[in-house]
Structures are given as C-alpha cells and as structure tokens.
Design a protein around this ligand. Structure first.
Ligand SMILES: *[C@@H]1O[C@H](CO)[C@@H](O)[C@H](O)[C@H]1NC(C)=O
Ligand SMILES: *[C@@H]1O[C@H](CO)[C@@H](O)[C@H](O)[C@H]1NC(C)=O
Ligand SMILES: *[C@@H]1O[C@H](CO)[C@@H](O)[C@H](O)[C@H]1NC(C)=O
Ligand SMILES: *[C@@H]1O[C@H](CO)[C@@H](O)[C@H](O)[C@H]1NC(C)=O
Ligand SMILES: *[C@@H]1O[C@H](CO)[C@@H](O)[C@H](O)[C@H]1NC(C)=O
Length: 368
C-alpha cells in the first residue's frame, strides 16, 4: 500500500503538466475506488468463500522433492455455469487476505458474472500464510521511507492534490509541494523523540531491526528478496534533466547496497538477474496468443511493461489485444462494482476484455 502511494506521488510528478482539474478528477476516482477496495475488505469474509488450504509442492520441478507447505486460497463459485472459465487471481506483494473484495466485486467478479466463471483468489507463495519457509530467513518491518511519510492517512494525499490543484505553473507546484511536505509529511513522521536522524532514516547499520527482524508474514521483506534477486525495480530519482520528486540521493545504488544487509546469509548476485529473467520470460518481446495486455497511460509501472515507450512497438491483434487506457494510472481496470459509476474509458476496456474472452472460450470449448 505504501508502495502504491509512493508510486502515485511519482505519477503526479509525471502528470503535473496535465491541467489541474483533470488531475483532481483522476485522483477522486482513484481515491474513492482505493478506499473502497482496502477499507471494506471484510465484506467478502464468508466461510463459503474460504480460506481453504491444500498441501502445495515446494518444488514442482524436482520429482525427488516431496516437501509441501500449506497453500491458502479462497473461491467464489456462485456465478459458475458449465463451460465457464476459472478467473485465477494471485496478487503478488502482499498477504492475499487484503484482496477478499476481488471475490465479490472488481474486474474478477465482473468477468465471473459475464462469463459464468469461478473466481479463485490464490495467495502468492512467500506472502501471508502461504510460506514454505518456517525458520531462518525472513522479515524486516516494511518501513519504506514513504510509509513513514503517509502512515495510513488518505486525507494527506487529498491535501497533496489540492496543493497541486491550487498552483498554476510547474515552479509554483514545486514550491507548493515543498510547503505541503513541511506541513503534512514532516508532521506525520514516526521517528521517536529520542532517535537521531541516523537512527530513524539511516541505512548503513546492518544490525538495525529494519534488516534483522525475520518474523514471517512480512510482505516488505519478501518483496525486497524478489527485487534483490531478480527484478531490481529500484524506485530512484528521475534521470538528470528530468524533474524529480525523489531526492537525487536516492539512486539505484542506494537500494542495491541494502540487499546484503537484508539477506546476509544468502548468496545474492551482485546485481539482480534482470537479463536472465527477461531472457527466460521474453521481457518486452514476449509474444503469445490469448494474452490481453492492459496498461494505464500514466501508470508509473508502465516503463517496465510491454506498453513502455522504449519497448518494441506492439500491435493490438484479435489473438492478443493491447490496450493503453488513456488518462489511467495504476490498476484502474481492476475497479468494478455495480454501485460505482465507472469512467467510460474503463467501461470500454471491460467490454473489449469480455468480448475477447468470450470468443476465446467459445473456440476453446468447441475444440475440447
Ligand atoms: C515421493 O512421493 C512418491 C509418491 O508418493 C514416492 O514414491 C517417493 O518415494 C517419494 N520420494 C521421496 C524422496 O520421499
Ligand atoms: C460471489 O460473488 C457474487 C458477485 O459476483 C455475489 O453476489 C455472491 O454473493 C458471492 N458468493 C458468496 C458465497 O459470497
Ligand atoms: C518484527 O516484525 C514483526 C512483523 O512485521 C513485528 O510484529 C514486530 O514488532 C517486529 N519486531 C521488532 C523488534 O521490530
Ligand atoms: C486551495 O485553494 C482554495 C481556494 O482558494 C483554498 O480554500 C484551499 O485552502 C487551498 N488549499 C491548499 C491546500 O492550499
Ligand atoms: C528510545 O526510547 C525507547 C523507550 O523509552 C527505548 O525502548 C529505545 O531503545 C530508545 N531508543 C534509542 C535510539 O535510544
């Protein structure tokens, strides 16, 4: 969550050239949907939906390894019709119980209703309670710097948008950001009174509990492992010559340097194996039928996706449609509920998605 808020901040930097009214409108939509998504996740708690578990193999590739762990999942089969699909949703990065609403609302439920499908919410291993690791390694408190800045106060972000809304030029926005930061962000800081700046924000002490707390179910630590080993999605300042909201002291090296502090006993590569991962899974060049690519024009993750401006140009075809939703930021197509008015560009992509999947399913069922 903190990570997402951090990303919104980056996004806002990108869209500050968009006029302020549009920005506020965009935010209102995002904020309302997000609040509903995360505030009301108790709605879906019904024993009919789960959680259920089964013994999952730790290693699917080594036939000699029979070890298992308890795999957690939920499901909603209320809308199922024979021949309908399984809508399989496995949120990475977090304990899956934060996503229970996807069983009864959101894009997953829309698809289940339209296609007669079963929604399965499946916990990603190493998150929540689906953890093959029972001893040794693990959690650090996920104290990302920005989490200290926005400790679960949604209104703070609204204030942030207002500040941008009131400023008419880029330089006024930067000044407004600085004053907003002083008033809201600094006040929200959670450093203890007896801590020095280094105690609180320092990253050089490998004995800091930030690195040494290995309690299980710490999504920040699991995510950091993925970043250090494979992804390297370091959220750093913008390149020189571009406006940046993040201090230029926050570089890829700043994050990379912390990897061995988090995981001193493991043999991590000097840098994440990004080339290996891109080669193995295709990266920007991945081509396969029956993938519907959806991205948001202003999603801060877009540069990593196949819709990156730097990626090879990808056509939208019947077998593999490719849509970039105009004006959208992170995860907008997720949002759906019978009681929320969904913006037209998102309704449009939902309709395209349903139409493509219906066609693919018809062919699939015909060839069975
Ligand atoms: C793994 O399970 C299979 C099937 O139950 C069994 O034949 C085999 O001996 C087991 N292997 C090990 C290493 O325990
Ligand atoms: C499954 O989801 C539908 C909405 O798609 C909802 O109406 C239904 O109550 C849910 N089933 C259960 C058992 O909660
Ligand atoms: C370690 O992390 C766990 C889980 O995130 C947390 O509950 C606990 O308070 C932390 N302990 C210390 C000493 O920071
Ligand atoms: C933005 O401008 C409005 C109208 O002038 C004012 O009421 C509001 O306090 C301002 N908000 C911020 C955060 O500066
Ligand atoms: C700050 O005070 C708390 C409570 O009195 C104590 O547990 C903690 O160790 C202190 N921290 C430092 C850095 O002195």
């Amino acid at each position: 969550m903190a990570r997402l808020i951090f990303l919104w901040a980056i996004t806002l930097a990108l869209v500050s050239i968009v006029n302020a009214i549009t920005l506020t409108r965009l935010f209102e939509i995002q904020s309302n949907s997000r609040n509903k998504r995360f505030a009301s996740n108790k709605i879906a708690e019904s024993s009919a939906l789960g959680p259920f578990t089964f013994p999952q193999k730790v290693d699917h590739f080594d036939r000699k390894n029979n070890a298992t762990f308890s795999q957690r999942y939920w499901l909603n089969s209320t809308n199922y019709r024979p021949g309908g699909p399984i809508i399989f949703f496995t949120p990475g990065e977090e304990d899956a119980s934060s996503f229970l609403d996807f069983l009864i609302k959101f894009e997953t439920s829309l698809l289940a209703q339209k296609l007669g499908g079963v929604v399965i919410l499946y916990e990603h291993r190493y998150y929540g309670e689906s953890n093959p690791v029972s001893v040794r390694r693990t959690l650090v408190i996920p104290v990302w710097f920005w989490q200290r800045i926005y400790p679960g106060k949604p209104n703070t972000f609204e204030e942030f948008c207002q500040v941008f809304n009131n400023a008419t030029t880029t330089s006024a926005q930067v000044a407004a950001y600085a004053s907003w930061y002083t008033v809201y962000a600094a006040a929200a800081d959670t450093c203890e009174a007896n801590q020095t700046q280094d105690d609180c924000f320092g990253s050089y002490d490998p004995k800091n509990s930030f690195y040494t707390n290995t309690t299980l179910n710490n999504a920040g630590r699991s995510w950091t492992w993925q970043l250090c080993l494979e992804f390297g999605y370091w959220q750093a300042a913008a390149p020189k010559g571009h406006p940046t909201l993040i201090s230029r002291l926050v570089t890829a090296e700043y994050w990379q340097r912390q990897c061995p502090f988090h995981f001193p006993d493991s043999i991590l590569p000097r840098k994440p194996r990004t080339n290996y991962i891109n080669k193995k899974f295709g990266g920007w060049k991945l081509e396969a039928d029956h993938i519907f690519w959806i991205n948001g024009e202003f999603d801060p993750w877009r540069p990593l996706s196949v819709a990156s401006p730097n990626a090879p140009k990808r056509l939208s075809t019947e077998k593999s449609p490719n849509v970039v939703i105009k004006g959208a930021i992170h995860g907008w197509d997720d949002f759906w509920s019978p009681t929320i008015v969904i913006p037209e560009p998102i309704v449009e992509v939902h309709n395209q998605l349903i139409s493509s999947l219906s066609g693919w399913l018809k062919n699939f069922n015909a060839t069975k």
